[in-house]
Design a protein around this ligand. Structure first.
Ligand code: GBH
Length: 462
């Protein structure tokens, strides 16, 4: 018992938090001058989202943010990670600020500070202004430049009271789920387009960090959040070994090599030279992308096991950047979440260890980790979710193992505060520590909420 308690002891200044994202919780899509984003358009396109769900109302957080911040305060977390909706700030993705949009985030930030919770805004969690998509979206460099202008506007408005600034959330998902598999907005299935998007996202990050640093007033810290996966070959077969290298390239090194290593991704020409000549890269881009980072956010969900499977079309004209002849297989004995994602906490330790070996890392924050399970309100009105508690607890153990090996991890944010709009899965998948009843929008803390609260309290008790 006491051994187990010791196992969950973290440094006194370790940051505990919860995460959300604008389109997944805010709703109020037509309010206060907000423009349309690619997710409004995508979610209103028949056949894209489970059950035809969309984010029009979502958790109605736009109107209920005070209640949600009170939940966050009572949870005892020191930090709340949320995202700023670009189309609320610049409805067309360019031009002057929509004052009412900035006002909302100022109210949110002030309320958080009043309640003693540190605001951790992310500037881009996938809701690109539709007007920019119509001019090429992330496939074109202009969007990276617009992003930096937008970042500077938000930073100018909030930089006096916000310390922790994250540029992008998960550029992998934006580039490849958005432009190769088509599961996410804008729903494209392209060869070259996804690679161009990946590049311009990183250029946008670099330009944004540069622009915000240029107007820095205090102790602001700048970082980026990547979703990374530990990749293991399914067997010792050389075909599986090279499949694992390709998957590692696609999921991790496309981003980590330029951002953290200052090199173009190793092994990239062999995989993609038939679908792209990478002509979108300028000579100075590597230096631009590799801005010094004050922190690295890592979102961790599931391990990847790679098996060779010849699925890519032999004709490159019909191939997307995600068609790399890899099948994702995971050992059958691993449990699965309601998303079908395999659960293996030790993979988080392996991932962090390898990152630390491969790069000179800035301080790391786990900016998302969590799981969907089939939560229901029971007869007493409670929502027992023992699997989520086990998931988080086991991942905290895996985090401690990485820290014991010397990886500089400074904080952990649970995904998510609330059940919310889970992208292509709509409201069918619940990731919250707090249950949301979508009929009346009532919030009901699940048992994991109380568990997380008590765990954080126990840290302070020393
Ligand atoms: C994050 O993305 C997002 O930032 C957040 O908005 C979202 O709600 C949350 O996670 C939950 O989905 O099928 O085994 O190959 C997560 C990115 C990409 C992680 C797909 C898991 C599939 C694992 N995810 N990946 S597997």
């Amino acid at each position: 018992m006491s051994a187990e308690k010791d196992l969950r002891r973290f440094p006194a200044d370790f940051r505990w938090g919860v995460s959300t994202a604008s389109y997944q919780i805010e709703g109020a899509v037509d309010e206060d001058g907000r423009g349309r984003s690619i997710w409004d358009v995508f979610s209103h396109t028949p056949g894209t989202i489970a059950r035809g769900d969309n984010g029009d109302v979502a958790c109605d957080h736009y109107h209920r943010f005070r209640e949600d911040i009170a939940l966050t305060r009572d949870l005892g977390v020191g930090a709340y990670r949320f995202s700023v909706a670009w189309p609320r700030i610049q409805p067309e993705g360019r031009g002057p600020v929509e004052r009412r949009g900035i006002d909302f985030y100022q109210r949110l930030v002030d309320e958080l500070l009043d309640e003693g919770v540190e605001p951790w805004p992310t500037l881009y969690h996938w809701d690109l202004p539709q007007a920019l998509e119509e001019r090429g979206g992330w496939r074109v460099r202009d969007t990276a430049e617009r992003f930096a202008e937008y970042a500077a506007l938000v930073h100018d408005a909030l930089g006096d009271r916000v310390t922790w600034w994250t540029t992008l959330n998960e550029p992998y998902c934006v580039a490849f789920l958005g432009h190769a598999t088509g599961e996410h907005a804008p729903g494209a299935r392209e060869g070259h387009g996804a690679l161009a998007a990946a590049h311009h996202l990183m250029v946008g990050h670099g330009l944004a960090v540069r622009a915000m640093r240029a107007q820095q007033r205090g102790e602001e810290k700048f970082g980026i959040t990547l979703n990374l996966s530990d990749v293991t070959p399914a067997s010792e077969d050389p075909a599986d070994l090279s499949a694992a290298e390709r998957l590692d390239l696609l999921q991790n090194r496309v981003f980590t090599d330029p951002l953290l290593g200052g090199t173009w991704p190793k092994g990239e020409p062999e995989v993609w030279s038939q679908i792209s000549d990478f002509g979108f890269r300028d000579a100075d881009d590597l230096a631009l992308i590799r801005q010094p980072l004050d922190f690295l956010g890592v979102n961790v969900y599931a391990p990847a096991y790679a098996k060779y499977a010849p699925t890519a079309d032999p004709d490159p004209a019909f191939r997307t950047a995600a068609d790399i002849d890899v099948e994702r297989v995971a050992p059958a004995e691993l449990p699965r979440t309601a998303m079908g994602w395999p659960v293996e906490p030790a993979a988080m330790t392996r991932l962090l260890r390898r990152l630390d070996e491969d790069y000179a890392l800035p301080p790391v924050y786990i900016t998302e980790n969590g799981a969907a399970y089939r939560d229901v309100v029971d007869a007493t009105g409670s929502v027992p979710d023992p699997e989520r508690i086990e998931f988080v607890d086991a991942h905290l153990g895996a985090l401690q193992a990485a820290m014991a090996e010397g990886v500089d991890v400074r904080g952990y944010f649970c995904w998510s505060l609330l059940d919310n709009f889970e992208w292509a899965y709509g409201y069918a998948k619940r990731f919250g520590l707090v249950y949301v009843d979508y009929d009346d929008l009532r919030r009901i803390p699940k048992s994991s909420y109380y568990w997380y609260r008590d765990m954080i309290r126990a840290q302070r008790a020393g």
